[in-house]
Design a protein around this ligand. Structure first.
Ligand code: PLP
Length: 441
């Protein structure tokens, strides 16, 4: 008989009580707040595990929302970062390492002909969209429902599913993610459901002539790894060409994770602009805007403005050089994807033994788990599905020493370190088995 686990969170709870007096919600990022009594504070991470300040250890499948591709505190990348620190950190000058990293990126991702650096995914996508506008002289853009592209105003528009009738042929209303997003921006954003070819064609027919860009995450890293079909992305490419719209593939989560050449390599589609961030430097803050030479040359005086005090910071750049070298020259990506395959197989075995219908989405290096015969193929389908079993199971998993996102939107992320040590797999499967039993009660 499995009993509900007792995890002591005394120190995290006390920290929360003090922190909430100085930090909104007691945290530095709203998404890290999981409730007054379930918000935990990290002490340190090593490899595929994180320890909280109470000393509880977790096999970590959030990995900081994806960046720790090799694992936490990777000695190879950290040693490189220290070398970056020693040279002085940040200059109002460019450095030689920028070119080394740009050349590595271009080697791994052929569409990345030229490269610019930023600090976060938000900044990279914001710059990419501005670049597309500067290049095309147009202002509006197309987003895919369920996508997330960062915190800047232009990206923060979503489909309002609460008021939507699934049986109607109407599209859901476009609403901002939260308050403080100006309504004046709204008329520039068009939204389409993923994998609906007809609606994509209709939208291009209506707005294609005035759109600067279509922005897509072919695996939605913030919506259960819902995946675009190859045909859908290829149609997007074709329509972009037909209407003079730039195709921006947001690989902030998939880049240097699902494969050396990203999701674009797997799907065989060449975007005009790509954005990368998370896995570039194993967690050091850096992001990239990369793309077609003629488009990228619009970053110039009199063209699209781009820069920033911390852009191409020596610490992050040195970490990026080493991290990308490892991803390019060693089997790290095979190791982590192989681990993801074994994990999926183990979870599947546990669920099948209990007759629980389930399926997976995404890629073995970042996958979503669903309690349905097939994963949803767009945000509308996910929003109208029943994800309560998952949410309850995630709750027990935390208590049992496994960190996954508390709801099914964020996929499970794998790192190389998970795959180097069998204990991560054994511990996870033991916990999944217990969590499923508890959820079934
Ligand atoms: N684009 C995608 C696909 C993301 O998943 C994220 C963040 O999760 C962003 C952009 C924004 O990145 P950041 O949080 O580094 O600003």
């Amino acid at each position: 008989m499995i009993s509900a686990p007792q995890r002591r969170l005394d120190k995290s709870n006390a920290q929360f009580q003090r922190a909430v007096k100085r930090l909104p919600l007691g945290v530095a990022s709203t998404f890290r707040y999981w409730g007054d009594e379930r918000t935990i504070y990290a002490h340190h991470g090593k490899g595929g595990r994180t320890w909280d300040i109470d000393g509880n250890s977790y096999v970590d499948y959030r990995l900081g929302y994806g960046p720790a591709i090799l694992g936490y505190a990777d000695e190879r990348v950290d040693a490189a970062a220290r070398r970056g620190m020693e040279v002085g950190g940040v200059f109002a000058l460019s450095t030689e390492r920028e070119l080394i990293v740009a050349e590595r990126v271009a080697k791994m991702v052929p569409a990345a002909e030229l490269v610019r650096f930023s600090n976060s995914g938000t900044e990279a996508v914001m710059a990419a969209l501005r670049l597309a506008r500067a290049y095309t002289g147009r202002e509006s853009y197309l987003l895919v429902e369920g996508g997330y592209h960062g915190l800047f105003d232009a990206a923060m528009w979503m489909a309002n599913m609460d008021e939507w009738d699934a049986k109607s042929n109407r599209d859901p209303e476009v609403v901002p993610y939260g308050k403080g997003i100006p309504e004046t921006v709204k008329h520039l954003a068009h939204l389409v459901p993923m994998n609906d070819m007809q609606r994509l064609e209709d939208t291009f027919r209506r707005h294609g002539e005035t759109m600067a860009a279509m922005l897509i995450e072919p695996i939605q890293g913030n919506c259960c790894a819902i995946s675009a079909s190859r045909d859908y992305v290829q149609l997007a490419r074709q329509l972009c060409d037909q209407y003079g719209v730039l195709l921006i593939i947001d690989e902030v989560k998939t880049g240097f994770r699902v494969g050396k050449g990203g999701i674009q390599g797997i799907l065989g589609v060449r975007p005009d602009i790509t954005t990368f961030a998370k896995a570039v430097a194993n967690g050091y803050p850096i992001s990239l805007v990369a793309g077609r030479e003629d488009v990228m040359r619009s970053f110039r005086y009199g063209g699209a403005s781009h820069g920033g005090t911390y852009t191409a910071h020596s610490v992050s750049l040195a970490a990026a050089e080493e991290c990308l070298r490892i991803l390019d020259e060693t089997p790290a990506l095979e190791t982590l994807a192989g681990y993801g395959e074994r994990l999926k197989a183990g979870v599947s075995q546990i669920l099948s033994a209990r007759g629980i219908t389930h399926s997976f989405s995404g890629h073995p290096s970042m996958f979503g788990l669903f309690f349905a015969e097939a994963p949803p193929d767009n945000y509308r389908a996910w929003k109208t599905s029943d994800y309560t079993f998952y949410d309850r199971m995630a709750y027990y998993l935390h208590d049992l020493g496994i960190i996954v996102e508390p709801d099914s939107r964020e996929p499970w992320f794998m790192c190389e370190a998970h795959g180097l040590d069998d204990s991560c797999l054994t511990d996870t499967l033991k916990a999944v088995e217990a969590a499923v039993e508890l959820t079934l009660r």
